[in-house]
Design a protein around this ligand. Structure first.
Ligand code: SF4
Length: 401
C-alpha cells in the first residue's frame, strides 16, 4: 500500500458561502456545480465569478475544488460545453466530475482538467474501472452499490484513485439512474431536475388490500462507524452528499469527519471513543434514520425509511458570523429567529462549542435594542468572545420559539 496516501474529505458546496463554511470546518476538497451541466438544478449553484472566488478561497486554505458536469447530455446540451470547460480550466479548478462519455471527450479536447468519473456512471467492477482509466479518467467515484472491500480491490487492481460516499442522502435507484421523477413530476433527474419522487407516499396494491407506504425512500448513509475500514482500504476520498443542505449540515459534517481524519493522520488510527463522540454529533443534525447502506453488504429492506419525511434535527442553524468587534460584540446574519436571553452555541472551526447567552441584541449601530430577531437580518450580539467570520451559530431546537 502507498505510504504517501492521505485520505481526503470531500464536502458538498451548494453555494459560495457553504463552500467557505465547509473549507473552514475542515474539508480537504469541495464539489460544486456551475449554472449548467450538473445534477442539482435546485441547488444555488455557482456563477463563474463565484466559482473564481470559491477557487481562490479554497486554494488559499489548501483545499481543492471539483466541478460537477455529471448530467447525461443530449447533443444540443453539448454545444456550449467547450466554452464552459475552457473557462473552468482558466479558473484552475482541480477536477471535473463527469458521467457522460461525450462530456469526457469534450473536457479532454478543450482542457487539461483532471477527470473524475461520477457515481452516476455506476462503475462497480475492476474491468469497468480499467476501461475508464484507458479513457483518461484519473479517479472513479464508485457506484453507491459498491462495498468497501470491492472498492479496495478496484483501487489495487487499477491504480486509480477511488472515491466513495461516506455520508448523506441515498438514492434508491441504481447510482441515481432513475426516471421516476420524470414520470411523476415531469422533471428529468438525469439532467438535474430530480423531484425526489422516491420520498413520496405511494399506495401499494397487496394481496391483503391496498396499503400506503414510503417503500422507495432510503435512510441516510452514515459511514462514521466504518471509518477504520475505509482507512484500512486506503480509499482516497470520502465524499459527503448534500449540496442542497444547509450551513449547519456543511459545518457539522465537515468538522466531525475532519476530526476523525486528523486523528488518523496523527496516530494512524481512529479510536472507538472518538468515533462514538463524533457519531453523536452527527445525530444532532437533521437526517432520516441512518444506515450503512451497501458499504459492507448490499442494502436491503432495513435501509428503507418508512416514515413520512421529518426534516427536524436536534439543532438548527440560527445564524452565521459575518463580523465581530474585538472583545465587545459579534455580528450575525440571522438564518432562524432567536430571542433575547436565548443560549446560542458558536461552533468553532475545530469542533468545539462556545455557549453565549444573548443578553443584549442590537441593530448594527446600536441605536435600537431587540427582544427578538428576524431571519435575513443582521444583528449585533454582545459578547467578549471573538469569533471569526463564517462561524456557525446553532441553537437547540426544543428551545426555539
Ligand atoms: S427520484 Fe429518488 S431515486 Fe430517483 S433520482 Fe431522485 S432521489 Fe434518486
Amino acid at each position: 500500500m502507498n505510504d504517501q496516501w492521505n485520505p481526503e474529505l470531500l464536502a458538498p458546496a451548494g453555494s459560495l458561502e457553504k463552500l467557505k463554511v465547509a473549507v473552514l470546518y475542515g474539508a480537504d476538497a469541495v464539489y460544486c456545480g456551475g449554472q449548467e451541466f450538473g445534477l442539482r438544478t435546485a441547488a444555488e449553484n455557482f456563477t463563474l465569478p463565484e466559482l473564481e472566488e470559491g477557487v481562490g478561497f479554497a486554494h488559499a486554505h489548501g483545499a481543492k475544488v471539483f466541478v460537477v458536469l455529471n448530467g447525461f447530455l443530449h447533443d444540443k446540451d453539448l454545444v456550449s460545453l467547450p466554452e464552459f470547460v475552457t473557462k473552468l480550466d482558466e479558473l484552475k479548478i482541480d477536477a471535473v466530475i463527469v458521467s457522460d462519455l461525450g462530456v469526457i471527450e469534450t473536457v479532454k479536447k478543450y482542457s487539461k482538467i483532471p477527470v473524475h468519473l461520477s457515481t452516476q456512471a455506476s462503475c462497480l467492477n475492476i474491468e469497468a474501472a480499467k476501461m475508464w482509466k484507458e479513457l483518461g479518467v484519473e479517479r472513479v467515484v464508485l457506484g453507491r452499490e459498491s462495498t468497501i472491500d470491492e472498492a479496495s480491490r478496484i483501487k489495487k487492481e487499477t491504480g486509480l484513485e477511488v472515491e466513495m460516499f461516506v455520508h448523506g442522502s441515498m438514492c434508491m435507484a441504481y447510482s441515481g439512474n432513475c426516471v421516476i421523477s420524470n414520470y411523476t413530476s415531469g422533471r428529468d433527474s438525469n439532467r438535474g431536475g430530480c423531484a425526489h419522487s422516491c420520498r413520496f407516499e405511494y399506495k401499494l396494491e397487496t394481496e391483503n388490500g391496498p396499503v400506503n407506504s414510503y417503500f422507495m425512500s432510503s435512510k441516510d448513509l452514515n459511514g462514521m462507524e466504518l471509518l477504520p475500514a475505509f482507512l484500512d482500504a486506503q480509499i482516497d476520498s470520502l465524499k459527503v452528499e448534500g449540496r442542497m443542505k444547509g450551513h449547519l449540515y456543511a459545518a457539522t459534517i465537515s468538522v466531525n469527519y475532519a476530526r476523525a481524519l486528523n486523528e488518523y493522520r496523527q496516530h494512524k488510527k481512529v479510536s472507538p471513543e472518538t468515533l462514538k463522540v463524533l457519531g453523536e454529533e452527527l445525530q444532532k443534525i437533521s437526517h432520516r434514520d441512518y444506515t450503512t447502506a451497501s458499504l459492507v453488504n448490499p442494502a436491503g429492506p432495513d435501509s428503507v425509511y418508512e416514515d413520512r419525511e421529518n426534516a427536524q434535527g436536534e439543532y438548527a442553524a440560527v445564524g452565521v458570523v459575518v463580523d465581530s468587534v474585538k472583545n465587545d460584540s459579534v455580528v450575525i446574519e440571522i438564518k432562524k429567529a432567536f430571542n433575547k436571553n436565548d443560549v446560542l452555541e458558536f461552533m468553532l472551526f475545530n469542533g468545539e462549542v462556545v455557549e453565549v447567552k444573548a443578553f443584549e441584541i442590537y441593530n448594527l449601530n446600536e441605536s435600537e435594542e431587540y427582544d427578538k430577531t428576524n431571519p435575513g437580518t443582521l444583528v449585533k450580539v454582545k459578547t467578549a468572545f471573538n469569533f471569526p467570520e463564517y462561524t456557525l451559530v446553532r441553537r437547540k431546537l426544543e428551545a426555539l420559539s
